[in-house]
Design a protein around this ligand. Structure first.
Ligand SMILES: Cc1ncc(COP(=O)(O)O)c(C=O)c1O
Length: 415
């Protein structure tokens, strides 16, 4: 039995799902190839408990923009550690970071820091409700586990039924349903909270633009959940890329290169609502993550981090297209280069899905860590992309050989 299998069995007895983040649980379908634990990372590479190396395109579910153990960021954290982690009053570094965030994010007259993406979303929803005096929200996309955002999950998930009266879901990209819900609930709605881009085929930004026009017309606030897109699609996130200005925005993952920090930002007249009520947490001003974010945003300002990520993503997409052509499988590289994927496009949709799972399984075997979307970091260099593409080709050929034997295999459940 492998060391990591033994470790996982023990973990399951003490930790529900054996992990703190549902999306990091091992998937039984990938059992023989997917690592159950990661012990360390450097640049764009990870190593599992058995010492096997992977080129990583998952990047901790998005936060790692510069690369693992990025020296300049970690040095800034080490320097800050000598002074202290958390104080009895605000640290002066909070202003330093607020200056960088408000200079980088469009619409950010003011900002405050929290720890997680859902913290930032919850704060923005509270501000929107307090500012408008309305109770309902419409939401589109994933915004975190709290009650407000979990009304659509499995039944008996601990969310009071009554909350469902206050939250309605717009299926992402469905403008007609957004219009219908606004027509139905109109002046009960405080805000629409939505992701701007869902890492799918539609890279136009047309949905978020539609929501912007709709909310303006009806006096509803637009909260852009940029937890995954912020500081990743462009320095100013989706607001900058799509030219949409939100009333309030939530940012987290790429802000501090993996250190736990989020920020909610917005126009002054909304952010000043905070003078009237309590929205606070002890660890929000924790200085190590703030030092990491200052270093991360400083590097993004000084160097063309996003240009590099776009170039590497474009290179990878070219490899995907060449590989599909050469192997003779219908498929096209889709999405924005910072998080693209090879979509199989044969007329048999079930085959396409099964092949993408078989390919993922074989990718782990080859030492490529990729989970549907291939995120790019500043540490991915052309040599890494070429190496990954060669391994991806071997993995795809093997997946195609396996496919006829594995027709009856159930498609795995991701969450
Ligand atoms: C768009 C979006 N919003 C919110 C969240 C929740 O963020 P966190 O897990 O940091 O609370 C996520 C996490 O995946 C996300 O992708």
């Amino acid at each position: 039995m492998k060391l990591s299998d033994e470790h996982f069995e023990k973990a399951l007895r003490l930790i529900p799902w054996g992990t703190q983040t549902n999306a990091k649980r091992p998937i039984p379908f990938f059992n023989e190839t997917m690592p159950k634990f990661i012990e360390r990372g450097k640049g764009c590479r990870l190593w599992d408990m058995e010492g096997k190396e992977y080129i990583d395109f998952r990047l901790s579910l998005g936060p790692v923009t510069l690369g693992y153990c990025y020296d300049e960021v970690d040095d800034a954290v080490r320097e800050q550690m000598k002074k202290g982690v958390l104080f009895s009053m605000a640290s002066p570094r909070e202003l330093e970071l607020a200056e960088l965030v408000t200079a980088t994010v469009p619409n950010a007259d003011m900002c405050r820091f929290m720890k997680t993406g859902e913290d930032a979303n919850l704060c923005n929803v509270r501000i929107a409700r307090a500012h408008t005096g309305r109770d309902m929200i419409l939401m589109s996309g994933y915004h975190g586990y709290p009650d407000w955002f979990a009304t659509d999950d499995s039944p008996n998930n601990g969310v009071p039924e009554v909350i469902k009266d206050y939250v309605k879901v717009i299926p992402w990209g469905n403008c007609e349903e957004a219009d219908r819900l606004v027509r139905t609930y109109g002046d009960r709605i405080a805000c629409i909270i939505s992701t701007a881009y869902d890492f799918n085929e539609d890279t136009s930004g047309s949905f978020i633009r539609h929501l912007r026009a709709l909310t303006r017309e009806h006096g509803i606030l637009l909260v852009m959940d940029e937890v995954l897109t912020g500081f990743r699609l462009a320095p100013g996130g989706a607001q900058e890329l799509f030219g949409v200005d939100a009333d309030l925005g939530s940012y987290a993952k790429a802000l501090a290169n993996g250190y736990p920090l989020s920020t909610f930002v917005g126009k002054r007249k909304y952010m000043e609502t905070l003078d009237r009520f309590r929205l606070t947490t002890t660890y929000a001003g924790e200085t190590l993550s703030i030092a990491a974010a200052i270093a991360t945003l400083t590097i993004m300002k000084r160097e063309d981090v996003h240009g590099h990520m776009r170039a590497m993503g474009t290179l990878l997409m070219g490899h995907f297209n060449d590989m599909a052509k050469e192997i003779g499988i219908e498929g096209t590289a889709m999405g924005l280069p910072v998080g693209s994927w090879l979509k199989f496009t044969t007329p048999d949709e079930e085959f396409n899905q099964r092949l993408s799972y078989l390919w993922a399984r074989e990718l782990y075997r080859e030492g490529i860590f990729a989970n549907t979307r291939w995120f790019i970091s500043y540490s991915h260099k052309a040599a890494d992309i070429h190496e990954a593409a060669a391994k991806a080709r071997t993995a795809l050929k093997r997946a195609l050989e396996c496919e006829p034997r594995e027709r009856a295999t159930a498609i795995p459940f991701y969450w």
